[in-house]
Design a protein around this ligand. Structure first.
Ligand code: SF4
Length: 435
C-alpha cells in the first residue's frame, strides 16, 4: 500500500486534524512514512493565520520540484486552512499540487488520493466548510499518553484580523456524549492527559444543553485520566465559573491561555475583540486570586493598522502588570478577505520588527522572573520522553505547562514524577527527580 507523509503547519487543531487524517488513511490500508523522500503521497496540512506561515508552506511545496521530477507518480495534497482559503487558486500558486482538500472534506482524502493515483488527474474538494466531522473516529494516535480531543470547530467571533471563521466555518460543538465516549476510550487505552481543543472553548454548548464547565466536570470523573487541559479561552467568554472549576476539579491543570492581542482599547475595538483592557485585567486578577500558583499565558499582535507608540506602550504595560508566564508575540499581517485587510497596513515593517523585538525581550525577562520563584520547589511533571535538544536528559511538563528537564530512565516516559527544581531559564525548569 502507498506510503504517506504528513507535514503539519500551525496550531494544535491542525496537529489533531493531521492525526485524524493519518488515522483514516491507516484504516484504509495506507502506510505512514517518516520521510518525504520515501513517501508516495505527501500531504501538507496548512495554516493561513499569518502570511509568514503561508509563505513557508508554499516554499516547502516548491522545494519538492526535484523530487516530483524524479518520481512523476508522487502525489502532493494540500489540506487545512490555506486549502480552504485558496481553493483552485492554490494550484495557480503551486502547480505541483495534485489535491486541494478543504477543512470540511478531510474524511474524503483516502478516496481523493485513490482517484488521483488511478486517473492521474487534479482534484479540488473544498465545498464543505461548515460540516461536522463524523463521529467514527480512527484509533490512531501519535502520542501514547497525551491526547488531543476536539470539542468543537469553527468560530463565530470574526475578530477583524482573523481568517478562521471563513476557512473553518461557524462554530459547531460536538455532542457531549461523543466527547465523553472518546475520553473514556482514551483512558481505557492508557492515556493520562487530554487537551480539549476548540477555537473558543468557553462558548461550547452541546445540543443537550451542556456547557464547557459541564464537560470539565464529566471528564474529571473519568477514572485513569490524570490531567485535563484546554485551549483556547476567549476573554469575552471566560468567567469566574471557569476559574472555580479549575480550582475545584482536581484533574484540571492550573494553566490558562487567555489571548490579550493588544492592551489598547482603541486597537481592541478595531480588532473586534469585544472586551477592553479593564475587563481583561479583571479576569486575570480573578484567575490569579481563585487559582493560586496557576500560570497564565497569552498571545499578542504588534503593528496592527494604526497602532501608535502609545497603543504599543499600553500592551507592554499590561504585560508588566499581569506578569504572564509566557506570551506568543506576532507581527500583524493582513489576511485577504478579513475586515482588517481593508484598513491601511500603515505600521512600517521596521517599526513592527522593533516592537516585536522589544516586547519579546520584555516578556523574556518577565518569564524568567516568573520561573525563578519555582527554584527549590517540587513540581509534578508528566514525563514526555527524551529531551530532543539534549538526549542525556528527559523532558516533562508541569501542571502549569512549563517544560522541565532532568535526568532519568527513558522507561519513565508517560509516568508522573515529582521534580525538585534546581535552576530555571525563561523557557524551562531544570531539576532532579525527588527522593
Ligand atoms: S476568536 Fe477571533 S482570533 Fe480566535 S479563531 Fe475566532 S475569530 Fe479567530
Amino acid at each position: 500500500m502507498k506510503k504517506i507523509f504528513i507535514k503539519t503547519f500551525g496550531c494544535q487543531m491542525n496537529t489533531r486534524d493531521s492525526e485524524f487524517v493519518a488515522g483514516i488513511l491507516v484504516d484504509k490500508g495506507f502506510r505512514l512514512s517518516d520521510s518525504m523522500d520515501t513517501a508516495e503521497v505527501i500531504i501538507f496540512n496548512s495554516c493561513s493565520v499569518r502570511k509568514h506561515a503561508e509563505e513557508r508552506l508554499f516554499n516547502n511545496i516548491d522545494c519538492l520540484k526535484k523530487l516530483k521530477k524524479k518520481n512523476t507518480e508522487l502525489v502532493i495534497a494540500l489540506m487545512g486552512c490555506t486549502a480552504q482559503a485558496y481553493g483552485p487558486k492554490a494550484i495557480d500558486r503551486s502547480p505541483l499540487i495534485d489535491i486541494v482538500c478543504g477543512t470540511g472534506n478531510e474524511t474524503d482524502l483516502p478516496r481523493l488520493i485513490k482517484d488521483v493515483l488511478k486517473k492521474r488527474c487534479r482534484i479540488i474538494a473544498a465545498d464543505k466548510v461548515n460540516e461536522k466531522k463524523p463521529e467514527a473516529f480512527p484509533k490512531y494516535r501519535e502520542n501514547k499518553f497525551k491526547a488531543l480531543v476536539s470539542i468543537g470547530e469553527g468560530c463565530n467571533n470574526f475578530c477583524s484580523y482573523c481568517i478562521v471563521p471563513y476557512v473553518r466555518g461557524r462554530e459547531r460543538s460536538r455532542d457531549a456524549k461523543d466527547i465523553i465516549r472518546e475520553v473514556k476510550d482514551l483512558a481505557a487505552r492508557g492515556f493520562k492527559e487530554v487537551l480539549l481543543l476548540g477555537q473558543n472553548v468557553n462558548s461550547y454548548r452541546a445540543a443537550c444543553g451542556k456547557d464547557f464547565i459541564n464537560i470539565l466536570k464529566d471528564i474529571n470523573k473519568i477514572k485513569d485520566i490524570e490531567r485535563i487541559r484546554f485551549m483556547t479561552s476567549h476573554p469575552r467568554d471566560a468567567h469566574t465559573e471557569l476559574f472555580r472549576a479549575m480550582r475545584d476539579l482536581d484533574k484540571v491543570c492550573e494553566h490558562l491561555h487567555l489571548p490579550l492581542q493588544s492592551g489598547s482599547d482603541r486597537i481592541l475595538k478595531l480588532m473586534n475583540r469585544k472586551y477592553n483592557s479593564k475587563k481583561y485585567l479583571k479576569l486575570a486578577e480573578d484567575y490569579k486570586r481563585m487559582v493560586p500558583g496557576g500560570s497564565i499565558t497569552t498571545d499578542v499582535i504588534v503593528g496592527f493598522p494604526s497602532e501608535s507608540s502609545g497603543d504599543f506602550k499600553k500592551t507592554c504595560d499590561i504585560l508588566k502588570e499581569i506578569n504572564f508566564d509566557s506570551a506568543y508575540t506576532f507581527k500583524y499581517s493582513p489576511r485577504a478577505g478579513t475586515k482588517s485587510s481593508k484598513l491601511p497596513d500603515d505600521v512600517p515593517p521596521e517599526v513592527k520588527a522593533s516592537r516585536l523585538e522589544f516586547i519579546s525581550r520584555l516578556q523574556c525577562g518577565i518569564s524568567g522572573e516568573r520561573n525563578r520563584y519555582l527554584v527549590d520547589k517540587t513540581v509534578e511533571v508528566l514525563i514526555e520522553g527524551t529531551n530532543k535538544k539534549d538526549k542525556a536528559f528527559l523532558i516533562g511538563r508541569t501542571r502549569t505547562n512549563k517544560p522541565a528537564v532532568f535526568k532519568g530512565s527513558v522507561s519513565l516516559t508517560g509516568k508522573l514524577a515529582e521534580i525538585e527544581v534546581e535552576s530555571v531559564t525563561p523557557y524551562a525548569l531544570r531539576g532532579r527527580i525527588a527522593g
